[in-house]
Ligand binder design. Sequence first.
Ligand code: FAD
Ligand code: NAP
Ligand code: SF4
Length: 684
Amino acid sequence: MADTVAATQQGGYPHFLEPLDLGFVKLRNRALMGSMHTALEETEHGFERLAAFYAERARGEAGLIVTGGIAPNPAGRVFTGAAKMDTEHEADEHKVITRAVHDNGGLIAMQVLHTGRYGYHREAVGASELQAPINFVKPKKLSDEAVHQTIADYAKCAQLAQYAGYDGVEIMGSEGYLINQFTAARTNNRDDEWGGTYEKRMRFPVEVVKAVRKAVGEKFIIIYRLSLLDLVDGGSSWPEVVQLAHAIEKAGATIINSGIGWHEARIPTIAMVVPRGIFSTVTGKLKKEVTLPVVTSNRINTPEIAEAIIARGDADLVSMARPFLADGAFVAKTRAGRAQFINTCIACNQACLDHTFSGKLTSCLVNPRACNETNLNYNRTDKPRKIAVVGAGPAGMSAASVLAERGHHVTLFDAADKIGGQLNIAKEIPSKREFEETIRYFGNMLHEHQADVRLGKKVSAEELIQAKFDEVILATGIVPRKLNLPGADSAKVLSYVDVLREKKTVGKNVAIIGGGGIGYDTALYLTDPGHKTWANPEEFAKEWGFDLKVSTRAGLTEKSPELVAAPRQVTMFKRSKGKFGNTLGKTTGWIHKITLDERTVAQFSNITYDKIDEQGLHYTLKGESKVLPCDNVIVCAGQEPLRDLEAGLVAAGIAPHIIGGALEAGELDAKRAILQGAELGARL
Ligand code: FAD
Ligand code: NAP
Ligand code: SF4
């Protein structure tokens, strides 16, 4: 947003860019690239690709990189066949990564992650035999002997990481994984030396840190990821968190990283709805208690936020994971005074976490090169051509910017008076304002690489033919699908574009036709109570029922009903059977569902639409005719491709390249549109 440019003009990010001396090693700045599983760990030739991925982030000046989680033993794996390190052979495979990072001036630590009861396999173990609400597997309780063996496995894994060339390890002690399962009464009902009192529950992580320190010697970084705010019933209290921090410090850790929220918590902690930098004050509270450097994390996606946090003294380092997927050169651009060219992570989760949880390779919606560094490159062309791109939505912006960066002569047309296409509509949804950053990034790239951007220009096939372009790309997007229903043309029927872009007046009782992503977004927009909680950490915490001061156990409090009261009654309809929300993102859909539920949005599936008249929307449900009295019916019934220029071009012997919604409207999203644009841009 505008603040990115403003801060750049003021010049400098002195606190964020300042080195951090750990005694035996110096970090070149305060940016820690947080741990992310990419699935390359389990892909053929994945380690070479991981090496290229991390090397690019090292070149981009990440201060300290942390890898995705690697299990210390088979039971600790995320799934059968997932990455582990308990043999020298497995450690040898990692050498290509550590070499690549060091060759590029970086430092890298390996995260040691034991999933405990979050393991999706039959070997899963836990502190107790208590099944996680988000897993289908009941864990086996670790015996006393097995607990000792697991501690030894952590130590051996760290030693192997050191042998593989890593500069340190991060011990994952948060997010509800095995270590948390020992520390929290919620998941630990043991009555031996590893359960009962808090002193006994926290013994496991303390012994792990001690054993790891003993195994790796003094000059090796040990980051401990400590859960500051569990956000689940039966989680840790603040005094317990502090007690553990002191013990971890004494046991030999080098750095304490912040963990926020277990995976099973029903409070958003990293999605776009979450205010930027919201949890830094919680880390600030811990920083006052310990002498080790502390790292803060979650929703830090611009250098301004990072600078403000470090300058305020809330943390010594900021952890950014997804922002380094979105832009490997985040720090280098910041240092060079080019923060306005950072491709900002918009916290959509669509190509990273949603992929991880569907077993797909991680990438990034705004940067399809992420994890594709060896197979998607924007090399300079030695044959610059004259290329027209019609449509400046995500597909067109992406293609035009890559082509211009590669040295082609690009003319980008859009009928609208600004670039962005439908992202300009998406960013009207209160929780989706981050799309503004994507538009800002592409706008700056197009300007930097001298693309000729012609706005307010609905181009015709005739004009394209006359201008004699070498290549024509149609990225003209979609048209919203209209209803074929008696009364569909009445004044009370509006499309989502009328509501979101044209801001047409909407009454107090509304029916929404369509339960896809846009139906949900329109419902969220129309029921938004207007408190802008996405920009206000305290209000957001009250809306979702937690306390940033952690004055209650695990930080949980009652939700504030006045923050969720909707300004109108909305009812959603769809024709297909089954629950609403099945097409929403895996890691964000639940947030939208809870939100609409709290705003008392009613939902009906398996509907036949009959007609719309003065009375309202007439429909049939289970053979019974019904009517919903309403002021407006909003149509969110999907889209059709807009390809009106194709026939004219083909008739003139021009074969256009077609991308984005213009190619296929079904299941289209900005991820696919940007990827197609980038792939075509790299190829031509
Ligand atoms: P468009 O974005 O439709 O762009 C096409 C452009 O072509 C338009 O700007 C149009 O003016 C221009 N054009 C057409 N014809 C001509 C012509 N003859 N001359 C000049 N210009 C022309 N996707 C996600 O991935 N995540 C989300 O969270 C998300 N949320 C959304 C929320 C809403 C409310 C909406 C409406 C969409 C959302 N989407 C989301 C979908 C996403 O915006 C679209 O998938 C994406 O914009 C499609 O990109 P596109 O470039 O193919 O087309
Ligand atoms: P969509 O997901 O395909 O949903 C369209 C809805 O319209 C469906 O619920 C469908 O349900 C209904 N429908 C289809 N044809 C109809 C007809 N002739 N009459 C009445 N109803 C009809 O499309 P969308 O909601 O417009 O979203 C467009 C794209 O944008 C999506 O593919 C999505 O990926 C993307 N998007 C993504 C997000 C995100 O958060 N990731 C958010 C918004 C949009 P029935 O057939 O059951 O009636
Ligand atoms: Fe960020 Fe979305 Fe990219 Fe994930 S896919 S890194 S959330 S922009």
